[in-house]
Design a binder for this molecule. Structure first.
Ligand SMILES: [Zn+2]
Length: 232
């Protein structure tokens, strides 16, 4: 059986090539990726072309036909596009990146690159679920500072004192909503806990240092090619 990367209808509607990676599935295009450092910096595909790619955890692009992306193994990958698909972004959001504001930084950079009036679409890919993601006090403290409103709702009790089960995606959604992504334009790949599903996903929490990485990509399209040219 051949498997292919996971697509999402919200991004299909933007007309962009994209895919969330699965274990054992190598996306066909060459993907320009940054050197991920769990920070909030945003870079461009041009800065990711050589042997020494930029340190960043988000990439924004309006280079038609050029695949940009991020790699994850439990963190939340987020792919974004303008409604007409002429500008795109890929974001790597783990707890450190979320605490440092990488999601807001990625959205802001995409807005600067695109027509500012163009609505944006965002889709969350496979990531570790609250079923499996127990974190401790230092993580909670770091997130509390950035998500004072959303954090309590993202936590469930864990077996050990000082620990909690964390829903990373809920925090990512809160930040996307605060950055102006409309509820109907915010999607997610369903039933995709990287730690629960060893058949489909790599997971650092499950496999430790030997864990592989899932590769996710998105490609801006040329507006010259289709009927989707906008009046905006
Ligand atoms: Zn799980």
């Amino acid at each position: 059986m051949t498997r292919s990367a996971l697509r999402h209808p919200l991004l299909d509607a933007c007309g962009v090539e994209h895919g969330f990676g699965l274990r054992g599935v190598s996306p066909s295009p060459r993907i320009l990726r940054p050197r991920q450092v769990h920070g909030a910096a945003v870079t461009t595909p041009e800065a990711c072309t050589g042997q020494d790619p930029a340190e960043a955890d988000a990439v924004v692009s309006r280079a038609a036909g050029v695949a940009i992306g991020v790699a994850t193994a439990d963190c939340v990958p987020i792919l974004l596009a303008t409604a007409r698909g002429d500008a795109v972004a890929a974001v790597h959001a783990g707890w450190r990146g979320l605490a440092r504001g990488v999601v807001a930084s990625g959205v802001e950079a995409l807005r600067r690159l695109a027509d500012p009036h163009e609505p944006l679409v965002a889709v969350l890919g496979p990531h570790i679920g609250p079923c499996c993601y127990e974190v401790d006090r230092p993580v909670l403290d770091a997130l509390e500072a950035r998500f004072p409103q959303a954090l309590p709702g993202a936590l469930r009790p864990a077996g050990r004192p000082g620990h909690a089960l964390l829903d990373l995606a809920l925090l990512a959604r809160a930040e996307l909503a605060a950055a102006g992504i409309a509820p109907a334009a915010l999607g997610a790949v369903r039933d995709a806990c990287t730690c629960c599903d060893a058949g489909r996903f790599h997971s650092f929490r499950r496999d430790g240092a030997r864990a592989g990485r899932l590769l996710h990509f998105i490609t801006a399209r040329s507006l010259g090619a289709g009927p989707a040219g906008s009046q905006a």
